[in-house]
Write a new protein. Sequence first.
Length: 563
Amino acid sequence: DVCGTCHINATCEDKADGTGKVCNCKYGFVGNGRTYCQKDECQIGAQKICGQHTTCHNTHGSYYCTCLSGYSPSNSMAVFIPNDGTHCQIDECRVAGLCGDGAQCRNLEGSYECSCLPGYRVHGGTEPFQPHRENASCRVIDCSQPAPAEATVLLSVTGTMHGSVAMFSCEQGFVWTGGDNSSVCDADGRWTEPGLVCETLCGNPPVLELTERVWNSDSTPGSTVHYYCKEGFYHTGGLNVSVCNKDGQWSLPTLSCQVDCGGPPPIPHSVILWYNFSTVGSRVVYRCNSGYRNVGEGNMSVCTAKCGPVPVLANSEVVWHNRSVVIHRCLRGFHSWRGSNVSMCSHSGLWQKATLRCIKKPPITELLVLHEKCVHWNAEKYEEDTQSYKQVTYMGSRDFQKSFHDKGKRFLSSKAEQVGLCLNLLPVTNYSISITALSARFTATISTCTSLPPPAPLVFYREFDSLVPTLRLRRLANTLDPISLYQVFVLPIEGLMMFDCSDRSGNIKSPGHITALIDVRHVGAELNFTVGDGLFYGGFFNAPLKNGRNYYIILRAVSQWKT
Ligand SMILES: *[C@@H]1O[C@H](CO)[C@@H](O)[C@H](O)[C@H]1NC(C)=O
Ligand SMILES: *[C@@H]1O[C@H](CO)[C@@H](O)[C@H](O)[C@H]1NC(C)=O
Ligand SMILES: *[C@@H]1O[C@H](CO)[C@@H](O)[C@H](O)[C@H]1NC(C)=O
Ligand SMILES: *[C@@H]1O[C@H](CO)[C@@H](O)[C@H](O)[C@H]1NC(C)=O
Ligand SMILES: *[C@@H]1O[C@H](CO)[C@@H](O)[C@H](O)[C@H]1NC(C)=O
Protein backbone atom coordinates (compact mmCIF):
# COMPACT_ATOMS: atom_id res chain seq x y z
CA ASP A 1 0.00 0.00 0.00
CA VAL A 2 2.07 2.87 -1.40
CA CYS A 3 -0.38 5.49 -0.18
CA GLY A 4 0.21 4.43 3.45
CA THR A 5 3.93 5.25 3.11
CA CYS A 6 3.47 8.79 1.76
CA HIS A 7 5.19 11.57 3.62
CA ILE A 8 2.97 13.78 5.72
CA ASN A 9 3.58 16.65 3.28
CA ALA A 10 2.93 14.52 0.23
CA THR A 11 -0.25 13.41 -1.51
CA CYS A 12 -1.02 10.02 -2.99
CA GLU A 13 -1.98 10.16 -6.65
CA ASP A 14 -2.72 7.81 -9.51
CA LYS A 15 0.14 7.04 -11.80
CA ALA A 16 -0.21 8.67 -15.20
CA ASP A 17 -0.35 5.25 -16.97
CA GLY A 18 -2.93 3.99 -14.48
CA THR A 19 -0.71 1.14 -13.24
CA GLY A 20 -0.85 2.14 -9.58
CA LYS A 21 -0.30 4.94 -7.08
CA VAL A 22 2.57 7.34 -6.36
CA CYS A 23 3.43 9.76 -3.56
CA ASN A 24 4.07 13.31 -4.77
CA CYS A 25 5.33 16.07 -2.45
CA LYS A 26 2.80 18.84 -2.07
CA TYR A 27 3.13 22.11 -3.90
CA GLY A 28 5.91 24.07 -2.23
CA PHE A 29 7.83 20.93 -1.23
CA VAL A 30 10.44 18.87 -3.04
CA GLY A 31 11.53 15.28 -2.29
CA ASN A 32 10.75 11.63 -3.02
CA GLY A 33 7.23 11.92 -1.62
CA ARG A 34 7.65 9.12 0.89
CA THR A 35 10.58 9.66 3.24
CA TYR A 36 11.45 13.16 2.28
CA CYS A 37 9.45 16.30 1.35
CA GLN A 38 11.39 19.43 1.94
CA LYS A 39 10.00 22.90 1.79
CA ASP A 40 11.17 24.82 -1.31
CA GLU A 41 11.16 28.56 -0.59
CA CYS A 42 11.43 29.42 -4.21
CA GLN A 43 8.13 27.73 -4.95
CA ILE A 44 6.52 30.52 -3.01
CA GLY A 45 7.44 32.61 -6.03
CA ALA A 46 10.59 34.57 -6.80
CA GLN A 47 8.74 37.89 -6.75
CA LYS A 48 7.27 37.20 -3.30
CA ILE A 49 10.38 35.86 -1.64
CA CYS A 50 13.20 37.65 -3.50
CA GLY A 51 11.43 40.79 -4.68
CA GLN A 52 10.94 42.32 -8.12
CA HIS A 53 13.22 41.54 -11.07
CA THR A 54 14.75 38.50 -9.35
CA THR A 55 15.38 34.82 -9.80
CA CYS A 56 15.09 32.53 -6.75
CA HIS A 57 17.57 29.70 -6.22
CA ASN A 58 16.83 26.88 -3.81
CA THR A 59 19.53 25.30 -1.65
CA HIS A 60 19.45 22.55 0.89
CA GLY A 61 17.39 24.11 3.64
CA SER A 62 17.58 27.61 2.28
CA TYR A 63 17.62 29.74 -0.87
CA TYR A 64 19.28 32.78 -2.39
CA CYS A 65 18.32 35.42 -4.93
CA THR A 66 19.94 36.96 -8.00
CA CYS A 67 18.83 39.88 -10.18
CA LEU A 68 17.44 39.55 -13.66
CA SER A 69 19.65 40.73 -16.52
CA GLY A 70 19.69 44.54 -16.70
CA TYR A 71 19.30 44.85 -12.91
CA SER A 72 21.79 44.71 -10.12
CA PRO A 73 21.44 44.12 -6.36
CA SER A 74 21.50 47.22 -4.19
CA ASN A 75 24.16 45.62 -1.96
CA SER A 76 26.45 45.36 -5.00
CA MET A 77 27.10 41.62 -4.34
CA ALA A 78 26.46 38.81 -6.82
CA VAL A 79 23.73 37.10 -4.70
CA PHE A 80 21.57 38.20 -1.82
CA ILE A 81 18.72 37.35 0.54
CA PRO A 82 16.32 40.27 0.89
CA ASN A 83 16.12 40.01 4.67
CA ASP A 84 18.50 43.00 4.95
CA GLY A 85 16.53 45.18 2.57
CA THR A 86 18.61 44.34 -0.49
CA HIS A 87 16.65 44.55 -3.72
CA CYS A 88 17.22 44.60 -7.45
CA GLN A 89 17.39 47.93 -9.20
CA ILE A 90 17.68 48.74 -12.84
CA ASP A 91 21.32 49.01 -13.90
CA GLU A 92 21.48 51.52 -16.72
CA CYS A 93 25.23 51.22 -16.73
CA ARG A 94 24.97 47.79 -18.26
CA VAL A 95 23.61 49.33 -21.43
CA ALA A 96 26.69 49.46 -23.62
CA GLY A 97 27.84 52.96 -24.54
CA LEU A 98 25.21 54.67 -22.41
CA CYS A 99 27.61 57.35 -21.25
CA GLY A 100 29.43 57.57 -24.57
CA ASP A 101 33.11 57.39 -25.40
CA GLY A 102 35.59 58.29 -22.71
CA ALA A 103 33.01 58.21 -19.92
CA GLN A 104 32.38 55.96 -16.95
CA CYS A 105 28.94 55.09 -15.64
CA ARG A 106 27.86 54.91 -12.01
CA ASN A 107 24.62 53.23 -11.05
CA LEU A 108 22.41 55.11 -8.58
CA GLU A 109 19.19 54.30 -6.81
CA GLY A 110 16.72 54.41 -9.70
CA SER A 111 19.15 56.35 -11.83
CA TYR A 112 22.73 56.60 -13.01
CA GLU A 113 25.34 59.24 -13.72
CA CYS A 114 28.24 59.63 -16.11
CA SER A 115 31.62 61.23 -15.59
CA CYS A 116 34.65 61.51 -17.80
CA LEU A 117 37.63 59.18 -17.65
CA PRO A 118 41.08 60.69 -17.12
CA GLY A 119 42.22 62.29 -20.38
CA TYR A 120 38.66 63.27 -21.29
CA ARG A 121 36.76 66.43 -20.57
CA VAL A 122 33.04 67.12 -20.41
CA HIS A 123 31.52 69.14 -23.26
CA GLY A 124 28.11 70.76 -23.38
CA GLY A 125 27.43 70.35 -19.64
CA THR A 126 28.95 69.66 -16.27
CA GLU A 127 29.85 66.46 -14.45
CA PRO A 128 28.15 64.28 -13.43
CA PHE A 129 25.74 64.16 -16.35
CA GLN A 130 23.24 62.05 -18.20
CA PRO A 131 23.81 62.32 -21.91
CA HIS A 132 20.15 61.86 -22.84
CA ARG A 133 19.05 64.65 -20.61
CA GLU A 134 21.78 67.24 -21.00
CA ASN A 135 23.39 66.72 -24.37
CA ALA A 136 26.71 66.53 -22.55
CA SER A 137 29.46 64.16 -23.59
CA CYS A 138 33.09 63.40 -22.88
CA ARG A 139 35.65 64.36 -25.44
CA VAL A 140 39.27 63.47 -25.51
CA ILE A 141 41.35 66.36 -24.22
CA ASP A 142 43.31 67.78 -27.11
CA CYS A 143 45.52 70.77 -26.48
CA SER A 144 46.52 70.87 -30.20
CA GLN A 145 50.06 71.78 -31.12
CA PRO A 146 51.66 74.14 -28.59
CA ALA A 147 52.71 77.56 -29.88
CA PRO A 148 56.14 78.78 -28.85
CA ALA A 149 56.22 82.11 -27.03
CA GLU A 150 58.33 85.05 -28.05
CA ALA A 151 61.97 84.20 -28.68
CA THR A 152 61.44 80.52 -27.90
CA VAL A 153 61.40 77.40 -30.05
CA LEU A 154 59.54 74.16 -29.51
CA LEU A 155 62.06 71.38 -28.97
CA SER A 156 59.80 68.39 -28.56
CA VAL A 157 56.25 67.46 -27.72
CA THR A 158 54.99 64.08 -26.58
CA GLY A 159 51.50 64.53 -28.00
CA THR A 160 48.50 66.79 -27.72
CA MET A 161 46.55 64.79 -25.15
CA HIS A 162 46.08 65.46 -21.47
CA GLY A 163 49.40 65.06 -19.69
CA SER A 164 51.48 65.52 -22.84
CA VAL A 165 54.63 67.52 -22.28
CA ALA A 166 56.18 70.11 -24.58
CA MET A 167 59.76 71.28 -24.12
CA PHE A 168 60.95 74.71 -25.17
CA SER A 169 64.28 76.38 -25.48
CA CYS A 170 65.43 79.83 -26.41
CA GLU A 171 65.91 80.89 -30.00
CA GLN A 172 69.42 81.21 -31.26
CA GLY A 173 71.00 84.41 -29.99
CA PHE A 174 68.87 84.39 -26.85
CA VAL A 175 69.68 82.98 -23.45
CA TRP A 176 67.48 81.32 -20.92
CA THR A 177 67.37 83.57 -17.85
CA GLY A 178 64.36 82.22 -15.97
CA GLY A 179 61.14 80.28 -15.95
CA ASP A 180 60.33 76.69 -16.71
CA ASN A 181 61.22 75.10 -20.03
CA SER A 182 58.29 72.72 -20.17
CA SER A 183 54.55 72.98 -20.65
CA VAL A 184 51.90 70.38 -19.88
CA CYS A 185 48.53 69.79 -21.55
CA ASP A 186 46.15 70.33 -18.63
CA ALA A 187 42.69 68.98 -17.86
CA ASP A 188 41.08 72.04 -19.48
CA GLY A 189 42.72 71.26 -22.79
CA ARG A 190 45.19 74.10 -22.50
CA TRP A 191 48.95 74.14 -22.41
CA THR A 192 50.29 75.51 -19.16
CA GLU A 193 52.47 78.56 -19.65
CA PRO A 194 56.06 77.43 -20.01
CA GLY A 195 57.13 80.82 -18.61
CA LEU A 196 60.51 80.43 -20.21
CA VAL A 197 62.21 83.83 -20.21
CA CYS A 198 64.64 84.28 -23.08
CA GLU A 199 66.80 87.33 -23.28
CA THR A 200 69.05 88.70 -25.96
CA LEU A 201 72.80 88.66 -25.57
CA CYS A 202 74.29 92.12 -25.36
CA GLY A 203 77.36 91.57 -27.53
CA ASN A 204 80.37 93.84 -27.07
CA PRO A 205 80.12 96.56 -24.40
CA PRO A 206 80.44 100.19 -25.49
CA VAL A 207 83.85 101.73 -25.96
CA LEU A 208 84.40 104.94 -24.04
CA GLU A 209 87.16 107.32 -24.98
CA LEU A 210 90.01 107.81 -22.55
CA THR A 211 88.97 104.79 -20.56
CA GLU A 212 90.01 101.19 -20.15
CA ARG A 213 87.49 98.55 -19.20
CA VAL A 214 87.42 95.43 -17.09
CA TRP A 215 85.15 92.81 -18.63
CA ASN A 216 84.98 89.05 -18.25
CA SER A 217 83.59 88.66 -21.80
CA ASP A 218 80.17 87.72 -20.48
CA SER A 219 77.36 89.38 -22.46
CA THR A 220 74.35 87.69 -20.90
CA PRO A 221 71.74 89.96 -19.29
CA GLY A 222 72.88 91.12 -15.86
CA SER A 223 76.59 91.09 -16.70
CA THR A 224 78.57 94.22 -15.89
CA VAL A 225 81.61 96.04 -17.27
CA HIS A 226 83.71 98.42 -15.20
CA TYR A 227 85.47 101.43 -16.71
CA TYR A 228 88.36 103.44 -15.39
CA CYS A 229 90.28 106.40 -16.82
CA LYS A 230 93.44 105.81 -18.87
CA GLU A 231 96.77 106.88 -17.50
CA GLY A 232 97.15 110.65 -17.71
CA PHE A 233 93.45 111.19 -17.04
CA TYR A 234 91.37 111.17 -13.96
CA HIS A 235 87.76 110.46 -13.15
CA THR A 236 85.71 113.65 -12.83
CA GLY A 237 82.26 112.11 -12.50
CA GLY A 238 79.62 109.88 -14.02
CA LEU A 239 78.83 106.22 -13.75
CA ASN A 240 81.72 103.86 -14.36
CA VAL A 241 79.59 100.73 -14.85
CA SER A 242 77.66 99.38 -17.82
CA VAL A 243 75.05 96.66 -17.28
CA CYS A 244 73.66 94.31 -19.91
CA ASN A 245 69.88 94.72 -19.66
CA LYS A 246 67.26 92.22 -20.69
CA ASP A 247 66.58 93.97 -24.01
CA GLY A 248 70.06 92.95 -25.00
CA GLN A 249 71.62 96.39 -24.65
CA TRP A 250 74.42 97.68 -22.51
CA SER A 251 73.49 100.65 -20.38
CA LEU A 252 75.63 103.69 -21.21
CA PRO A 253 78.52 104.38 -18.85
CA THR A 254 78.68 108.12 -18.24
CA LEU A 255 82.18 108.22 -16.82
CA SER A 256 84.11 111.34 -17.82
CA CYS A 257 87.86 111.53 -17.66
CA GLN A 258 89.83 114.75 -17.63
CA VAL A 259 93.25 115.57 -18.74
CA ASP A 260 95.80 115.64 -16.02
CA CYS A 261 98.48 118.17 -17.06
CA GLY A 262 100.77 116.82 -14.37
CA GLY A 263 103.46 119.08 -13.00
CA PRO A 264 104.03 122.39 -14.84
CA PRO A 265 107.08 122.64 -17.12
CA PRO A 266 110.12 123.97 -15.28
CA ILE A 267 111.75 127.25 -16.36
CA PRO A 268 115.34 127.73 -15.24
CA HIS A 269 115.97 130.30 -12.56
CA SER A 270 112.34 130.64 -11.58
CA VAL A 271 110.01 129.54 -8.81
CA ILE A 272 106.48 128.31 -9.32
CA LEU A 273 103.32 129.42 -7.58
CA TRP A 274 101.09 126.40 -8.01
CA TYR A 275 98.18 125.10 -6.02
CA ASN A 276 98.87 121.56 -7.18
CA PHE A 277 95.83 121.37 -9.43
CA SER A 278 96.59 120.01 -12.88
CA THR A 279 93.10 119.90 -14.38
CA VAL A 280 91.97 121.88 -17.42
CA GLY A 281 92.07 125.61 -16.53
CA SER A 282 94.52 125.23 -13.65
CA ARG A 283 97.14 127.95 -13.68
CA VAL A 284 100.72 128.23 -12.62
CA VAL A 285 102.52 131.56 -12.10
CA TYR A 286 106.29 131.78 -12.56
CA ARG A 287 108.49 134.25 -10.75
CA CYS A 288 112.16 134.78 -11.49
CA ASN A 289 114.60 133.95 -8.76
CA SER A 290 116.13 136.96 -7.11
CA GLY A 291 118.93 138.27 -9.21
CA TYR A 292 117.03 137.33 -12.42
CA ARG A 293 114.46 139.27 -14.38
CA ASN A 294 111.72 138.27 -16.76
CA VAL A 295 112.80 138.74 -20.38
CA GLY A 296 110.08 136.62 -22.03
CA GLU A 297 106.34 137.17 -22.52
CA GLY A 298 103.87 136.41 -19.77
CA ASN A 299 104.43 134.68 -16.49
CA MET A 300 101.68 132.13 -16.55
CA SER A 301 101.03 128.54 -17.79
CA VAL A 302 97.49 127.19 -18.15
CA CYS A 303 96.46 123.54 -18.34
CA THR A 304 94.36 123.56 -21.57
CA ALA A 305 92.33 121.14 -23.65
CA LYS A 306 91.67 121.82 -27.32
CA CYS A 307 89.72 119.56 -29.58
CA GLY A 308 90.82 121.05 -32.90
CA PRO A 309 89.13 120.67 -36.30
CA VAL A 310 85.72 118.98 -36.49
CA PRO A 311 85.94 115.21 -36.90
CA VAL A 312 85.07 113.65 -40.28
CA LEU A 313 82.87 110.58 -40.63
CA ALA A 314 82.67 108.51 -43.81
CA ASN A 315 79.73 109.21 -46.15
CA SER A 316 78.45 112.00 -43.96
CA GLU A 317 78.35 115.78 -43.82
CA VAL A 318 78.34 118.26 -40.97
CA VAL A 319 74.95 119.87 -40.43
CA TRP A 320 75.93 122.25 -37.68
CA HIS A 321 78.84 122.84 -35.35
CA ASN A 322 80.45 125.18 -32.84
CA ARG A 323 83.73 124.64 -31.07
CA SER A 324 82.43 121.97 -28.76
CA VAL A 325 79.52 120.29 -30.54
CA VAL A 326 79.25 118.85 -34.11
CA ILE A 327 76.10 117.37 -35.64
CA HIS A 328 76.58 114.93 -38.53
CA ARG A 329 74.19 113.61 -41.15
CA CYS A 330 74.47 110.86 -43.75
CA LEU A 331 74.95 112.03 -47.32
CA ARG A 332 72.04 111.68 -49.73
CA GLY A 333 71.63 108.08 -50.81
CA PHE A 334 73.06 106.72 -47.56
CA HIS A 335 71.21 105.35 -44.57
CA SER A 336 72.24 105.76 -41.00
CA TRP A 337 73.17 102.33 -39.76
CA ARG A 338 73.59 102.79 -36.05
CA GLY A 339 75.05 105.07 -33.41
CA SER A 340 74.77 108.69 -32.37
CA ASN A 341 75.09 111.63 -34.78
CA VAL A 342 76.74 114.08 -32.35
CA SER A 343 80.48 114.58 -31.74
CA MET A 344 81.44 116.40 -28.57
CA CYS A 345 84.61 117.98 -27.39
CA SER A 346 85.36 116.28 -24.12
CA HIS A 347 87.07 117.70 -21.08
CA SER A 348 90.12 115.77 -22.10
CA GLY A 349 90.53 118.00 -25.16
CA LEU A 350 89.74 115.18 -27.60
CA TRP A 351 86.70 114.81 -29.81
CA GLN A 352 84.36 112.18 -28.56
CA LYS A 353 83.37 111.13 -32.06
CA ALA A 354 79.84 110.43 -33.22
CA THR A 355 79.34 106.68 -33.70
CA LEU A 356 77.04 107.11 -36.69
CA ARG A 357 77.66 104.77 -39.64
CA CYS A 358 76.35 105.68 -43.07
CA ILE A 359 75.78 102.85 -45.47
CA LYS A 360 74.59 102.70 -49.03
CA LYS A 361 71.80 100.13 -48.74
CA PRO A 362 69.10 100.03 -46.12
CA PRO A 363 69.24 96.86 -43.99
CA ILE A 364 65.85 95.76 -45.29
CA THR A 365 64.98 95.88 -48.99
CA GLU A 366 62.44 94.42 -51.34
CA LEU A 367 59.85 93.91 -48.66
CA LEU A 368 56.77 92.20 -50.04
CA VAL A 369 53.79 90.12 -48.95
CA LEU A 370 53.13 86.77 -50.62
CA HIS A 371 49.88 84.81 -50.66
CA GLU A 372 48.34 87.27 -48.21
CA LYS A 373 50.25 85.76 -45.32
CA CYS A 374 54.02 85.59 -45.74
CA VAL A 375 56.38 88.60 -45.65
CA HIS A 376 59.64 88.36 -47.55
CA TRP A 377 62.60 90.71 -47.68
CA ASN A 378 66.29 90.93 -48.44
CA ALA A 379 68.44 91.49 -45.40
CA GLU A 380 71.65 93.47 -45.82
CA LYS A 381 74.35 92.51 -43.42
CA TYR A 382 77.50 94.24 -42.41
CA GLU A 383 80.90 93.05 -41.33
CA GLU A 384 80.25 92.92 -37.63
CA ASP A 385 76.88 91.23 -37.85
CA THR A 386 77.18 87.50 -37.66
CA GLN A 387 73.49 87.30 -36.96
CA SER A 388 70.77 89.86 -37.33
CA TYR A 389 67.75 90.18 -35.11
CA LYS A 390 64.46 91.32 -36.54
CA GLN A 391 61.24 92.29 -34.94
CA VAL A 392 58.09 91.92 -37.03
CA THR A 393 54.97 93.70 -35.86
CA TYR A 394 51.63 93.65 -37.59
CA MET A 395 48.41 95.41 -37.00
CA GLY A 396 45.14 94.77 -38.77
CA SER A 397 41.97 96.83 -38.93
CA ARG A 398 38.68 96.70 -40.77
CA ASP A 399 36.55 99.50 -42.11
CA PHE A 400 33.40 97.53 -41.45
CA GLN A 401 34.24 96.57 -37.88
CA LYS A 402 35.76 99.39 -35.88
CA SER A 403 36.14 97.28 -32.76
CA PHE A 404 38.34 94.80 -34.58
CA HIS A 405 42.09 94.83 -34.03
CA ASP A 406 44.53 92.10 -34.79
CA LYS A 407 47.95 92.86 -33.41
CA GLY A 408 51.02 90.73 -33.08
CA LYS A 409 54.75 90.77 -32.66
CA ARG A 410 57.33 88.18 -33.65
CA PHE A 411 61.07 88.03 -33.22
CA LEU A 412 63.43 86.24 -35.46
CA SER A 413 67.14 85.99 -35.93
CA SER A 414 68.64 84.76 -39.11
CA LYS A 415 71.84 84.76 -41.06
CA ALA A 416 70.04 84.45 -44.35
CA GLU A 417 70.06 87.20 -46.93
CA GLN A 418 66.53 86.42 -47.98
CA VAL A 419 64.15 86.16 -45.09
CA GLY A 420 60.54 85.01 -45.05
CA LEU A 421 58.06 84.80 -42.25
CA CYS A 422 54.48 83.60 -42.45
CA LEU A 423 51.87 85.23 -40.24
CA ASN A 424 48.40 84.09 -39.43
CA LEU A 425 46.62 87.00 -41.08
CA LEU A 426 42.84 87.10 -40.95
CA PRO A 427 40.63 87.64 -43.99
CA VAL A 428 39.20 90.97 -45.21
CA THR A 429 41.58 93.04 -43.11
CA ASN A 430 43.93 95.93 -43.86
CA TYR A 431 47.30 95.07 -42.34
CA SER A 432 50.30 97.23 -41.73
CA ILE A 433 53.40 95.09 -41.27
CA SER A 434 56.68 96.55 -39.97
CA ILE A 435 60.06 94.87 -39.95
CA THR A 436 62.66 96.39 -37.65
CA ALA A 437 66.31 95.48 -37.95
CA LEU A 438 67.14 95.76 -34.27
CA SER A 439 70.87 96.32 -34.42
CA ALA A 440 70.51 98.92 -37.18
CA ARG A 441 67.39 100.48 -35.65
CA PHE A 442 65.89 100.56 -39.11
CA THR A 443 62.21 99.94 -39.82
CA ALA A 444 60.51 99.15 -43.12
CA THR A 445 56.73 99.04 -43.36
CA ILE A 446 54.35 97.52 -45.88
CA SER A 447 50.55 97.53 -46.07
CA THR A 448 48.42 94.77 -47.43
CA CYS A 449 44.73 93.97 -47.60
CA THR A 450 43.65 90.39 -47.27
CA SER A 451 40.76 89.19 -49.39
CA LEU A 452 37.54 87.45 -48.57
CA PRO A 453 38.34 83.78 -48.98
CA PRO A 454 35.91 81.57 -50.93
CA PRO A 455 34.84 79.35 -48.00
CA ALA A 456 32.24 80.97 -45.78
CA PRO A 457 32.95 81.39 -42.05
CA LEU A 458 32.58 78.24 -40.06
CA VAL A 459 29.26 77.38 -38.51
CA PHE A 460 28.35 74.47 -36.29
CA TYR A 461 24.86 73.29 -36.40
CA ARG A 462 23.04 70.57 -34.71
CA GLU A 463 19.53 69.31 -34.93
CA PHE A 464 17.99 68.15 -31.72
CA ASP A 465 14.88 66.32 -30.76
CA SER A 466 11.75 68.42 -30.72
CA LEU A 467 8.43 68.43 -32.45
CA VAL A 468 9.63 70.99 -34.95
CA PRO A 469 13.09 70.93 -36.47
CA THR A 470 15.31 73.38 -34.65
CA LEU A 471 18.77 74.36 -35.78
CA ARG A 472 21.22 75.20 -33.08
CA LEU A 473 23.77 77.61 -34.51
CA ARG A 474 26.94 78.10 -32.63
CA ARG A 475 29.25 80.85 -33.80
CA LEU A 476 33.02 80.74 -33.89
CA ALA A 477 35.27 83.72 -33.30
CA ASN A 478 36.27 85.72 -36.37
CA THR A 479 33.15 85.16 -38.38
CA LEU A 480 33.42 88.54 -40.12
CA ASP A 481 30.21 89.48 -38.33
CA PRO A 482 29.24 92.79 -39.87
CA ILE A 483 29.49 91.44 -43.41
CA SER A 484 28.08 87.98 -42.82
CA LEU A 485 24.62 86.52 -42.70
CA TYR A 486 22.93 83.17 -42.49
CA GLN A 487 20.31 82.11 -45.02
CA VAL A 488 17.91 79.28 -44.30
CA PHE A 489 16.31 77.55 -47.26
CA VAL A 490 13.39 75.19 -46.77
CA LEU A 491 12.71 73.18 -49.89
CA PRO A 492 10.02 70.51 -50.17
CA ILE A 493 11.51 67.25 -51.44
CA GLU A 494 10.17 66.85 -54.94
CA GLY A 495 12.25 64.47 -56.96
CA LEU A 496 15.80 65.40 -57.82
CA MET A 497 16.89 68.81 -56.64
CA MET A 498 19.96 70.86 -57.47
CA PHE A 499 21.25 73.40 -55.00
CA ASP A 500 24.51 75.16 -55.71
CA CYS A 501 25.92 76.44 -52.43
CA SER A 502 28.54 78.57 -54.17
CA ASP A 503 26.07 80.20 -56.52
CA ARG A 504 26.17 83.83 -55.44
CA SER A 505 23.74 85.40 -57.82
CA GLY A 506 21.02 82.83 -58.27
CA ASN A 507 19.68 81.92 -54.91
CA ILE A 508 20.49 85.08 -53.02
CA LYS A 509 18.56 87.03 -55.58
CA SER A 510 15.71 84.59 -55.97
CA PRO A 511 14.46 84.74 -52.42
CA GLY A 512 11.55 82.58 -53.36
CA HIS A 513 13.08 79.79 -51.40
CA ILE A 514 14.66 81.74 -48.57
CA THR A 515 12.84 81.27 -45.33
CA ALA A 516 14.98 83.35 -43.05
CA LEU A 517 17.86 85.81 -43.28
CA ILE A 518 19.76 86.32 -40.04
CA ASP A 519 22.57 88.82 -39.51
CA VAL A 520 25.47 86.97 -37.92
CA ARG A 521 26.16 89.89 -35.60
CA HIS A 522 22.71 89.41 -34.05
CA VAL A 523 23.31 85.79 -33.27
CA GLY A 524 25.36 86.29 -30.13
CA ALA A 525 27.20 83.14 -29.15
CA GLU A 526 24.34 80.83 -29.97
CA LEU A 527 20.95 80.88 -31.66
CA ASN A 528 18.17 78.34 -31.75
CA PHE A 529 16.26 78.71 -34.97
CA THR A 530 13.00 76.80 -35.25
CA VAL A 531 12.02 76.09 -38.81
CA GLY A 532 8.42 76.95 -39.61
CA ASP A 533 7.66 79.07 -36.55
CA GLY A 534 5.59 81.47 -38.67
CA LEU A 535 7.72 84.54 -37.85
CA PHE A 536 9.57 86.94 -40.15
CA TYR A 537 13.36 86.84 -40.22
CA GLY A 538 15.11 89.60 -42.13
CA GLY A 539 11.93 90.21 -44.11
CA PHE A 540 11.43 86.56 -45.05
CA PHE A 541 8.53 84.49 -43.86
CA ASN A 542 9.45 81.36 -41.96
CA ALA A 543 6.31 79.60 -43.15
CA PRO A 544 4.88 76.74 -41.07
CA LEU A 545 5.72 73.28 -42.37
CA LYS A 546 2.98 70.96 -43.59
CA ASN A 547 2.40 67.76 -41.74
CA GLY A 548 3.49 64.62 -43.50
CA ARG A 549 5.73 66.34 -46.01
CA ASN A 550 9.48 65.95 -46.31
CA TYR A 551 11.75 68.94 -46.59
CA TYR A 552 15.34 69.76 -47.20
CA ILE A 553 16.61 72.38 -44.76
CA ILE A 554 19.72 74.14 -46.00
CA LEU A 555 21.72 76.57 -43.93
CA ARG A 556 24.11 78.77 -45.82
CA ALA A 557 26.58 81.28 -44.37
CA VAL A 558 27.36 84.17 -46.68
CA SER A 559 30.02 86.85 -46.34
CA GLN A 560 30.07 89.81 -48.67
CA TRP A 561 32.35 92.84 -48.69
CA LYS A 562 32.00 95.53 -51.32
CA THR A 563 31.55 93.50 -54.53
C1 LIG B 1 4.82 19.47 6.87
O1 LIG B 1 4.48 20.86 6.56
C2 LIG B 1 4.06 21.63 7.68
C3 LIG B 1 3.57 22.99 7.19
O2 LIG B 1 4.11 23.37 5.98
C4 LIG B 1 5.22 21.73 8.68
O3 LIG B 1 4.83 22.48 9.77
C5 LIG B 1 5.67 20.34 9.07
O4 LIG B 1 6.81 20.40 9.92
C6 LIG B 1 5.97 19.44 7.88
N1 LIG B 1 6.28 18.06 8.34
C7 LIG B 1 7.43 17.42 8.08
C8 LIG B 1 7.58 16.03 8.70
O5 LIG B 1 8.27 17.88 7.34
C1 LIG C 1 64.76 71.85 -18.90
O1 LIG C 1 65.03 72.30 -17.59
C2 LIG C 1 65.64 71.36 -16.74
C3 LIG C 1 65.86 71.99 -15.38
O2 LIG C 1 64.97 73.03 -15.15
C4 LIG C 1 66.97 70.90 -17.32
O3 LIG C 1 67.53 69.89 -16.49
C5 LIG C 1 66.75 70.35 -18.71
O4 LIG C 1 67.98 70.03 -19.30
C6 LIG C 1 66.04 71.36 -19.57
N1 LIG C 1 65.74 70.75 -20.85
C7 LIG C 1 66.11 71.30 -22.00
C8 LIG C 1 65.74 70.50 -23.22
O5 LIG C 1 66.66 72.36 -22.07
C1 LIG D 1 78.03 124.81 -28.57
O1 LIG D 1 76.68 124.47 -28.62
C2 LIG D 1 76.21 123.72 -27.50
C3 LIG D 1 74.81 123.29 -27.80
O2 LIG D 1 74.03 124.35 -28.26
C4 LIG D 1 76.33 124.55 -26.25
O3 LIG D 1 75.86 123.84 -25.14
C5 LIG D 1 77.78 124.93 -26.06
O4 LIG D 1 77.92 125.83 -24.96
C6 LIG D 1 78.35 125.61 -27.30
N1 LIG D 1 79.79 125.75 -27.13
C7 LIG D 1 80.46 126.85 -27.52
C8 LIG D 1 81.90 126.84 -27.25
O5 LIG D 1 79.90 127.78 -28.05
C1 LIG E 1 41.36 99.00 -46.52
O1 LIG E 1 41.76 100.34 -46.78
C2 LIG E 1 41.19 100.89 -47.97
C3 LIG E 1 41.80 102.24 -48.16
O2 LIG E 1 41.69 103.03 -47.01
C4 LIG E 1 39.68 100.95 -47.84
O3 LIG E 1 39.11 101.43 -49.01
C5 LIG E 1 39.17 99.54 -47.59
O4 LIG E 1 37.78 99.58 -47.39
C6 LIG E 1 39.86 98.93 -46.40
N1 LIG E 1 39.45 97.55 -46.27
C7 LIG E 1 39.04 97.03 -45.13
C8 LIG E 1 38.70 95.59 -45.14
O5 LIG E 1 38.94 97.69 -44.10
C1 LIG F 1 19.07 76.40 -27.43
O1 LIG F 1 18.45 75.20 -27.03
C2 LIG F 1 19.22 74.40 -26.15
C3 LIG F 1 18.49 73.10 -25.93
O2 LIG F 1 17.17 73.32 -25.54
C4 LIG F 1 19.43 75.17 -24.85
O3 LIG F 1 20.25 74.41 -23.96
C5 LIG F 1 20.14 76.48 -25.17
O4 LIG F 1 20.31 77.26 -23.99
C6 LIG F 1 19.35 77.27 -26.21
N1 LIG F 1 20.12 78.44 -26.57
C7 LIG F 1 19.61 79.66 -26.65
C8 LIG F 1 20.55 80.76 -27.04
O5 LIG F 1 18.42 79.88 -26.43
